[in-house]
Design a protein around this ligand. Structure first.
Ligand code: PLP
Length: 358
């Protein structure tokens, strides 16, 4: 058996039974991706040359867009229980820097960050709070959808998120009058993105589709405008919105619950812990292993390779946060949870076997 890179579920032929407007109360609008939402916010809140605190462990796309907009980034440490921003570290930074303008937090891997306390801190200090829910749409705290916190929040449907589609992001904010935003259309950009998604993600196991996908990706890079500025002004076509609604629909009807159940099924052990939610209602979707020793991680990855199981490392950490002298990003391992139950069982069997032998 072989477990490949993450294979998203294909929902094109599903029915839509939900009305997205009823689920969330803030003003919102569609953007082409999570990055576009951040880019729009940088411009709207005039973040250029302003100091913004963000977690040091986060998807590098976030940093890329903030740097593109010339924000001055200050990195806070993360809580190693869930790898989300540490409220203590944030407070320390705010106590020693008096010219911070904004805070951006993310709820990584579907696990809600400490958004209630952080909202209070930001309100008291009059700081702008941007809430990145790209990996956590549907998560709740105190029965409130996580997207309802912050001055602005957003989520994304790109591959690799908890609702893994091919394009699109939603931005929520009561500060913004979305009716005044004028965007332009480029349907062929989304058609091409969809074709690449089918070839490189849905049909990931087939070598020939990957090669064709490579050609389409090349065309997209060479002949389409991929500038952040341009992409954040694109309208999302209705057929893409509908595809995304179908993903939301699957989540709302509990079709993705198997992922969290799977995460919870592993025993605690002396080699690694599995990153789980520590608050609220989570929408976890990946197996994130946090090793205590680097040599155990090495031994484990060699073993996964011998079993043809795909894994990747975590994000790069932008702080020097260490555990027993080892940088935290060297201890993290990321394994996709496949939609096929046989492959999930194979993965469990292999992990349990490794734990048994060691
Ligand atoms: C936490 C987080 N924020 C933002 C983004 C950017 O989203 P997108 O890929 O839709 O541009 C990502 C992407 O991986 C992410 O994980």
């Amino acid at each position: 058996m072989k477990i490949s890179k993450y294979r998203p579920e294909f929902v094109l032929f599903d029915n839509i039974n939900i009305d997205f407007n009823k689920k969330n109360h803030k003003n919102y609008n569609y953007f082409s991706s999570g990055k576009s939402c951040i880019d729009y916010l940088c411009k709207f809140y005039k973040l250029q040359n302003k100091k913004i605190v963000i977690p040091s462990y986060i998807c590098t796309d976030v940093i890329e867009v903030l740097r593109y907009n010339k924000c001055k980034i200050i990195f806070a440490d993360v809580d190693i229980k869930d790898l989300n921003i540490s409220t203590k570290s944030l407070k320390n930074i705010l106590n020693t820097n008096h010219d911070i303008f904004a805070v951006l937090v993310a709820s990584l891997y579907g696990n809600p960050c400490d958004i209630i306390n952080i909202s209070d801190i930001c309100k008291k200090r009059n700081l702008l709070l941007i809430n990145d829910c790209c990996q956590s749409f549907g998560a709740k705290i105190n029965d409130i959808y996580i997207t309802n916190f912050g001055n602005a929040s957003f989520f994304s449907f790109s591959p690799g998120k908890n609702l893994s589609g091919f394009a699109g992001g939603y931005l929520f904010s009561n500060d913004i009058n979305f009716k005044l935003i004028h965007k332009f259309n480029n349907n062929s950009y989304f058609i091409l993105t969809f074709i690449i998604f089918i070839l490189n993600r849905i049909l990931i196991d087939k070598l020939y589709t990957f090669k064709i996908g490579f050609i389409f990706s090349f065309i997209k890079k060479k002949f389409f405008n991929n500038e952040i500025d341009y992409l954040s002004n694109l309208n999302l076509p209705n057929w893409v919105k509908n595809y995304n609604l179908k993903l939301i629909n699957r989540q709302e009807t509990g079709k993705f619950n198997y992922k969290n159940d799977y995460i919870l099924s592993f025993p605690s052990n002396k080699y690694f812990k599995i990153i789980k939610s520590i608050r609220g209602e989570n929408v976890s979707f990946r197996l994130i292993l946090f090793f205590y020793k680097i040599e155990h991680k090495k031994n484990f990855t060699d073993y996964l390779q011998s079993k043809s199981i795909y894994y990747s490392t975590g994000y790069k950490s932008f702080s020097n946060q260490k555990i027993d002298g080892i940088r935290i990003d060297n201890l993290i391992l990321n394994i996709p949870i496949d939609k096929n139950i046989k492959l999930r069982n194979y993965l469990s069997k292999c992990i349990l076997e490794w734990l048994d032998v060691n």
